[in-house]
Write a protein that binds this ligand. Structure first.
Ligand code: IFM
Length: 444
């Protein structure tokens, strides 16, 4: 199928359609006086990143932001979800700001407004300034203060014009993926570091929300990622393993922010490693937000590993068709999370799908880039959103990851998530068939 099957009229009035990116993945970190980050160190360490690629040049969005914003406008998007690089604004993480960095985000936000695009800002999308990583990064409780100060600085500059803001993208990746699995910077595999990062990331979230409220900002949210965990077989042990996975992936962060507590089944593993006094932080962590952001891509198959320490599980391959990330395509999972979050947490908050999309093996062919699998993926996941809305979930918008091909972290530049193809030699942008299909559907 080469066209999108939805029409704007099938979604509620005011429903926002957007594209998403993040700073380190597109900007070109070498430009504009940004300081070193833990991702630069991680990528410079052999074996961490495919071909040891880093974000030094990325898509050179730092210089091409105007034409990139034109692509967002011309596709008919209402909103753009971007992130601010902490190390670009504060090269040391604290102390003296980089005026060029502040100016860059100022211009970028004005550029969105000039084009009629609503700015949805994320303050932190993973590029921790290296000097703060040297002090322990997310393991150090002081990161909540550092992040609150960064929040006040960057939002003191652009907060009057952003439409919506969220402090931290995907706390599971900041905590678990980076400190337990070692797959993202700082590349640790350490349960004690994990427990601390899983808590401090939420403390920093709460402090950041408070800092933005103090600036008079509203429309503030929390963006988390979710994966649907299937037990690998019919055994009670596999059901328990999937439940544990669900706990530290899907329930930990939402429970902290909306229920002022952590799930007991996850504390069974992380409890002994938690920082002193963590129980007293929930008033900060649960500082009220105005919306929730759901990032959703896939499901996982979870098998028990009783021979291993907690969490006693491992991921195994599943049978569904897969994306270029080897991620199974399971749109029902998106419907599940939208309805589950709405009912289980009963917050009444609007929910945005803040990321959804797929990587595919897209190639330029005579000046065009056919990506029919992406169009199918968007159709099926937008269908899941429509079903959730019909079931009474207040879904307020849908953002596609990503505007353009970019730096896919430890997988370098070879995983293409974009609606727009990027030639990483020439940096030329070519809208893919999915971009054209969206332009047709959104402009109709
Ligand atoms: O590229 C990432 C993004 O930085 C965060 N969410 C998932 C995307 C695809 O892996």
């Amino acid at each position: 199928m080469s066209s999108l099957t939805f029409a704007r009229s099938a979604f509620p009035d005011g429903f926002t359609f957007g594209a998403a990116t993040s700073a380190y993945q597109i900007e070109g970190h070498a430009h504009g006086g940004a300081g070193p980050t833990h991702w630069d160190s991680f990528a410079a360490t052999p074996g961490n990143v495919v071909r040891a690629e880093d974000g030094a040049r990325a898509c050179d969005h730092y210089h091409r932001w105007e034409s990139d914003l034109d692509l967002i406008r011309d596709a008919g998007f209402d909103s753009y979800r971007f992130s601010t690089s902490w190390a670009r604004v504060l090269p040391e993480g604290r102390g003296a700001p980089n005026p060029e960095g502040l100016d860059f985000y100022d211009r970028l936000v004005d550029g969105m407004l000039e084009r009629g695009i609503k700015p949805f800002a994320t303050l932190y999308h993973w590029e921790l300034p290296q000097p703060l990583a040297d002090l322990g990064g997310w393991r150090n409780r002081d990161i909540a203060d550092w992040f609150a100060d960064f929040t006040t600085l960057i939002m003191g500059r652009i907060g009057d014009r952003v439409h919506a803001a969220a402090p931290i993208n995907e706390p599971w990746c900041v905590g678990w993926l980076s400190h337990f699995m070692g797959l993202h910077a700082p590349g640790l595999r350490d349960i004690r570091a994990t427990a601390r990062a899983m808590h401090h990331v939420l403390l920093a979230h709460g402090r950041s929300i408070q800092a933005m409220r103090a600036l008079g900002m509203d429309n503030l949210g929390a963006v988390m990622n979710f994966e649907y965990p299937f037990p690998a077989d019919d055994s009670p042990e596999a059901a328990q393993a999937a439940r544990t996975y669900d706990g530290y992936y899907n329930r930990w962060f939402l429970s902290g922010v909306l229920k002022k507590g952590y799930p007991a089944d996850v504390l069974a593993g992380l409890g002994p490693h938690m920082p002193t006094g963590w129980q007293d932080d929930f008033d900060t962590i649960a500082t009220p937000v105005d919306w929730l952001g759901v990032n959703y891509y896939t499901c996982k198959r979870i098998a028990p590993r009783p021979d291993q320490p907690w969490p006693h599980l491992e991921e195994v391959p599943g049978p569904l068709p897969k994306t270029a990330m080897d991620w199974e395509i399971y749109p029902d999972g998106l419907h599940h999370f939208l309805t589950w979050i709405h009912r289980e947490f009963d917050s009444g908050l609007p929910i945005y799908v803040t990321e959804n999309g797929m990587a595919s093996y897209d190639e330029l062919q005579d000046g065009a880039v056919p990506d029919p699998a992406r169009i199918d993926y968007l159709n099926s996941h937008l269908g899941a959103v429509q079903r959730a809305i019909a079931d009474g979930v207040p879904v307020a918008g849908y953002f596609i990851w990503s505007l353009m091909d970019n730096y896919e972290w430890a997988l370098g530049y070879e995983k293409r998530f974009g609606l727009v193809h990027v030639d990483f030699d020439t940096l030329e942008r070519t809208p893919k068939a999915s971009w054209h299909a969206l332009a047709k559907a959104l402009r109709a």
